[in-house]
Design a protein around this ligand. Structure first.
Ligand code: ADP
Length: 503
């Protein structure tokens, strides 16, 4: 068969179209292939991301769980600390050792997440443990525990000695196994913490839980350790308080006893002093009458009204007269002292200008001052008024200035000084005399006491002057004292009430 050109051409065209279609199809297939490849890559990337996201989700869940646990722990710890704070406050207000453990109540132990608690203190004198706290046990359980502890007390003493809290986490099986503790104390988990006051009783605090939830954590251990420590401190405070209280009681007892003794002594002293005053005053009165007669007879004889008397007898009569005068003077002083001491002297207190009063005494003694060529200086403000019995206070100045003159060697100095101190005036009588030995500075104010010194050997004296002075000042509610240095001088100082001071 013969094909014409048009057929050939058509055939050719058909062939070309088929080729073109095939080429296009191939191209399309290639594009799809690439698209599939890209899609596959995307899917794999997506898968990776999904895996990662899954990991992250797991991590987040884990972290969340852990955070929850930490939060729970923290909550437990905060509530535990709060309980401890409450307890330590009530311990602080308790100074009775027995009452300290009574402050711990079941709700406190509950707040610490436990149900059972026990306290034991070691009694050194009885060599055994004393049970001081029991929460969550019936009597029978308690008896069993106490007898277990009593028969194994060495183990518990060793636990205390170690000074560390033990729990399920930290028990030492060599000493006592956790199973054993759980059996004895009938708990699932526990903490035993030593109570260690610096002095006094040592003991331990046991806290345990019967519940199955969660073991004892580090936080629980810390809380129980703090509680035991706080109990230890409270016990120590109670011990200290007891010791102080005992010491105070003892002191009070001694003070009371001493006061009683002193009161008795004062009473006795008053009685003796009154007897002495009565005696002195009786003897003085008795002496005065014969003395007056002696003096009278001597005067009559000396007046020659009974006839001439030979000169040597006259001399002796004069001596009798002089000695009688001295004796009368002494008896008067003694009588005055006894009156002042027994409060029989009535003071005529009036305001007097101190400077004028002193000047009048100086006038009286000026000859003696001149005879010994003494320098006298007076430093008394002109406006000071004293509320005193003038005649009595004059005797104070006469005696003190008289002594200053007597015990100051020639050409020495005497100074009189006064200054106001609150409602009183302090007067100082200062001399540059022989001074007074330290041991005599108190005794010179006693009756008849005279220091052994060359002046006293030569010059007569009664040893009554300063006693009289002291009594006069004291009835004016004043005080007298002396400062002195041997060979340098003495300062007699005394206080008198000023006129502004009304009683
Ligand atoms: P009297 O002067 O009569 O001895 P007093 O009672 O006045 O008695 O004094 C007692 C003693 O105190 C004196 O004997 C003397 O030893 C001592 N005394 C008193 N005043 C002074 C003084 N200013 N300086 C040194 N000694 C003194």
């Amino acid at each position: 068969m013969k094909m014409d050109y048009s057929q050939i051409y058509l055939f050719y065209l058909l062939g070309l179209s088929i080729v073109l279609i095939i080429i296009m199809l191939l191209r399309n297939i290639k594009d799809k292939d690439e698209q599939i490849k890209r899609l596959r890559a995307s899917i794999s990337r997506l898968n990776n991301s999904l895996d990662q996201m899954d990991e992250q989700a797991k991590l987040i869940v884990r972290t969340d769980l852990e955070l929850n646990k930490i939060q729970e722990e923290l909550d437990k710890k905060i509530s535990g600390l709060y309980t401890l704070q409450k307890l330590s406050r009530s311990f602080a207000s308790t100074l009775d050792k027995k009452a300290i453990f009574n402050q711990i109540k079941p709700e406190h132990i509950e707040e610490l997440g436990m149900q059972r608690a026990l306290g034991f203190l070691w009694q050194e004198d009885k060599k055994r443990f004393l049970q001081t706290l029991a929460i969550g046990y019936n009597q029978e359980e308690l008896n069993n525990i106490v007898s277990e502890i009593t028969s194994n007390q060495n183990i518990y003493l060793k636990l205390i000695k170690r000074g560390k809290t033990i729990s399920l986490r930290s028990a030492d099986p060599k000493l006592i196994s956790t199973q054993e503790i759980r059996r004895i104390f009938k708990v699932r988990a526990f903490c035993i913490s030593p109570i260690l006051p610096k002095e006094g009783n040592h003991g331990f605090l046991f806290v345990g839980t019967t519940s199955e939830e969660g073991p004892i954590t580090e936080g629980d251990e810390e809380l129980i350790t703090i509680l035991a420590h706080t109990i230890g401190q409270a016990l120590e405070n109670a011990d200290l308080f007891e010791a102080t209280w005992r010491a105070q009681q003892e002191l009070e007892r001694r003070v009371e006893q001493r006061t009683r003794e002193l009161t008795r002594a004062v009473e006795e002293l008053k009685r003796v002093s009154k007897r002495k005053s009565d005696f002195v005053s009786a003897v003085s009165h008795e002496l005065r009458t014969p003395l007056t007669s002696i003096k009278g007879y001597a005067s009559i004889l000396l007046s020659k009204s009974l006839g001439e008397i030979p000169l040597p007898i006259q001399e002796r009569l004069k001596k009798i007269n002089r000695h009688s005068d001295e004796l009368v003077h002494m008896i008067n002083d003694l009588l005055d002292i006894s009156r002042l001491e027994s409060g029989r002297t009535t003071l005529k207190r009036q305001p007097h200008n101190l400077k004028e009063l002193v000047d009048s005494i100086i006038d009286l003694l000026s000859m003696q001052i001149k005879n010994k060529s003494l320098t006298l200086s007076v430093d008394i403000p002109p406006d000071i008024k004293v509320l005193v019995d003038r005649s009595q206070v004059e005797r104070v100045f006469v005696n003190l200035i008289g002594n200053a003159i007597k015990f100051t060697p020639e050409k020495g100095t005497i100074c009189l000084r006064a200054k106001l101190i609150n409602d009183s005036v302090q007067v100082d009588v200062i001399d540059t005399g022989i001074g007074i030995p330290k041991e005599a500075r108190e005794t010179i104010f006693e009756e008849f006491y005279r220091v052994d010194n060359p002046i006293n050997e030569k010059v007569k004296g009664t040893g009554l002057g300063l006693s009289l002075v002291k009594n006069i000042i004291e009835v004016h509610r004043g005080r007298i004292w002396v400062e002195s240095q041997l060979g340098v001088g003495s300062t007699f100082s005394f206080l008198l009430p000023t006129a502004s001071h009304q009683e």
